[in-house]
Design a protein around this ligand. Sequence first.
Ligand code: PLP
Length: 396
Amino acid sequence: MLELLPPPPTDPLWDLTYEFGTDDRPERLNLVLGVYRDQTGTTPVMAAVREAEIRLAERSESKEYRGLSGNAAFNRSLLDLVLGPGPGGPADRAAAVQTVAGSGALRLLADLIWRTRPGTTVWVSDPAYVNHRPILEAAGLKVRPYGWRDAEGGFDTAGVLRELREARRDDVVLLQGCCHNPTGVDPLLDDWEALAESAVRGGWVPFVDLAYHGLGDGLDADLLATRMLAERVPEMLIAVSCSKNFGLYSDRVGCAIVLGASARSVRHAETALQNAARTLYSMPPEHGAAVVTTILEDEGLRAAWRAELDVMRGRIMANRADLVAHLSALGRTEQARSLARQKGMFSMLPLTPQQMLRLRRQYAVYGTTSGRINIAGIPANRIPRLAQGIAAVLDT
Ligand code: PLP
């Protein structure tokens, strides 16, 4: 049977990562994957996570099955974290289902859209996170791209709003809540307000992907747009990842949130998500969810986690500022200015695929062919040489 399989495409990001693994130049720098690295190049286990794991190891008595929605306390904690605590808010008309990380949440919500209306069009930014389109199409949905950046490299407010005027009622628009991957370009709060108005007027449903909250302007600031949308629109889908902001990449923890106009529709959506999970993997893994819940339910651990997250964010911001300063000093002010406006773990270098290849060949710097680099992956002492490399390939 397998002889019939035609050669399948491979994942370009992982291909680059494997190529990096075979590069024996000591100065090689991997800025391809979206993982936080500290100054030593390590992706650390956060201290709050380690402490939560110790507490869990001491007190856990059973590994019995959880329900189809996973860990109920985790789901409650994530609803509070994302939508804000307390009664009377949008969390009152929402349900959350634990998923296999952010990717699992995207897929489960895509399945929910398909189960609701198989012909639904999902609007996806161009450029988008590499896995958005494949996940949506794998669930059987139609994808339509919409622009994201203007000619100056900022968010294209007028262009995006103009395109979304063509969205039909019950179309779904995928938005990243903060720290847009791959561009680092986010709408300003006014732009988000205009997007909310467009959704209400046009009847399209926002589908917010939250993967980097806490790594842009701060945890609450990064959630502001999502919370505002949730207050304004009748229906909304949210895919949450705990991979980056808890450093739980390999534990695969996240959740799918649905907001509905009635308790009945939310209940139905929750059951549809459970049904989708049942046929994909039955139940999500418990460990990461238990760690996150232990942190969020304990005041001290929660404060420690937030402080650690602030340190990570500070390192990313300092790295970006330093790269901007070095590029400016090399006379690359235009490129420096556009990098300075970007936020979060990624930045998009204004380089062609050929220039990115040259950066890899001549400077051992690995970014994606589209120009995306992981700002959090640069050791501070490597920034001057990285800036020199960028400036040099810009001339070629
Ligand atoms: N969404 C965005 C925008 C991402 O960048 C990522 C990962 O890089 C994900 C979702 C999925 O994250 P994970 O499945 O590792 O939680």
